[in-house]
Design a binder for this molecule. Structure first.
Ligand code: MLT
Length: 394
């Protein structure tokens, strides 16, 4: 028996599992501790009303013989794919229904998409980065080249001269740094990818948090992107679906390599390995994209962005350098002198009962930084920052 030995190249556990484990251990020895979680980017506000009502109606439909549904189309129901196409039309992007594939979330698709590519391809991944991009490539034994994101390039690395890559991951607004590429920067990436025949894997899971109207919310707002980019998006952060599970991936029909259409390959992959998202959930997702649904979801996002402003103000008060929090729910702050990111994690957990995410968990360039999320409740954002200010080394 030969095993996939590439698994031994992975860290012992997934970043957020490791944090959960540390917090559970701490709580076991401090059962009364009131721990405030600003670590994993998990939402706290309930689903919006439009979505709840649509799902209730869908449950009723499933309970009546005349409207009951069994297997649905693997790539999603037309009503949701059309709603997603209309959502893109509002951003000025024209998509055909069959360029949109509904899934149970961006994380799954970001991993699954690798089925389409040879394991000998070279992958370019920014560092720091959402750990899923790195781990899924390591699992397949693919060669990774890291692209440094630093204070100097404002955590927005640009195409490296003289480097040949096949697959390139970009996430904007970025997880973990909160940095957002502007139109000109994305145009440079699109030109680079088209020049080299590379494919951009563009994660736009946080697009709904962009407040600045000049910033692009889809890679397809950039001319030329349909011949070089696949986009991944999700209802998780946009509409509180982290537990409900629904996302989508856009694979344009213009995206071909040699004789192969990536759109057809992805359809083949999904119809073989995936049985679709539950009808009830897809109804809930489609309701998010109605006028009323968008308004309600944006209300929740505005609440989180107020949390971000509270966090940012507290950091400014302490004179701490940070980025993010303006067009993104993540705030990426510098660690104090003498602290690496896990040491700051331990200090904040033990002394302030506040959980954040150590930058080192997102890659070696993340060392020296720490991520806070704005997805908590208002009271917790306030209390969390008061506590952080109280123990912060000066
Ligand atoms: C995060 O905290 O980075 C996210 O919640 C992870 C995810 O979306 O899977």
């Amino acid at each position: 028996m030969r095993m996939n030995t590439h698994y031994s190249e992975l860290k012992e556990s997934y970043l957020f599992s490791e944090i959960n484990h540390k917090v559970a251990t701490f709580k076991a020895s401090h059962p009364d501790a009131d721990v405030i979680r600003m670590g994993i980017g998990d939402v706290t506000l309930p689903l919006c009303q439009a979505s709840v009502e649509a799902m209730k109606e869908a449950v009723d439909e499933m309970g009546r013989a005349e409207t009951f549904r069994g297997y649905g189309p693997e790539q999603g129901y037309d009503f949701l794919r059309d709603a997603i196409a209309s959502y893109y039309a509002k951003k000025g992007v024209a998509l055909e229904r069959d360029e949109i594939f509904v899934s149970d979330g961006a994380k799954s698709d970001l991993g699954n998409i690798l089925d389409l590519f040879d394991s000998q391809n070279t992958v370019l991944i920014p560092d720091p980065v959402y750990p899923v991009y790195v781990d899924t490539n390591l699992m397949a034994g693919r060669r990774i080249q890291f692209l440094k994101a630093t204070v100097e390039n404002q955590f927005l690395p640009m195409p490296p001269a003289g480097v040949k890559a096949d697959l390139i991951y970009l996430c904007s607004p970025n997880n973990p740094t909160g940095a957002v590429y502007n139109r000109d920067q994305l145009a440079q990436w699109v030109a680079y990818a088209n020049d080299q025949d590379a494919i951009l894997l563009f994660d736009s899971a946080y697009e709904a948090f962009i407040r600045d109207p000049s910033l692009p919310r889809s890679i397809y707002e950039i001319p030329g992107a349909k011949t070089c980019a696949i986009e991944f998006c999700s209802f998780s952060k946009t509409a509180g679906f982290t537990g409900t599970r629904c996302g989508y991936t856009v694979v344009p029909k213009d995206l071909t390599r040699g004789e192969m259409s990536l759109n057809r390959m992805w359809l083949r992959r999904q119809t073989t390995k995936f049985n679709g998202v539950p009808y009830i959930v897809q109804r809930g997702a489609a309701a998010v994209l109605t006028e009323e649904g968008i308004r309600q979801a944006q209300q929740n996002i505005a609440y989180y962005m107020e949390n971000a402003a509270i966090i940012a103000n507290a950091l400014r008060g302490l004179g701490i350098w940070f980025t993010g929090g303006e067009n993104s729910p993540y705030i990426w702050m510098q660690c104090p002198e003498g602290y690496d990111s896990w040491k700051l994690f331990d200090l904040l957990l033990e002394k302030a009962r506040v959980v954040g995410t150590p930058g080192a968990g997102f890659g070696s360039c993340g060392e020296g930084f720490f991520r806070l999320t704005a997805f908590g409740r208002r009271e917790d954002a306030k209390r969390g920052m008061e506590r952080l200010c109280g123990v912060y080394p000066r």
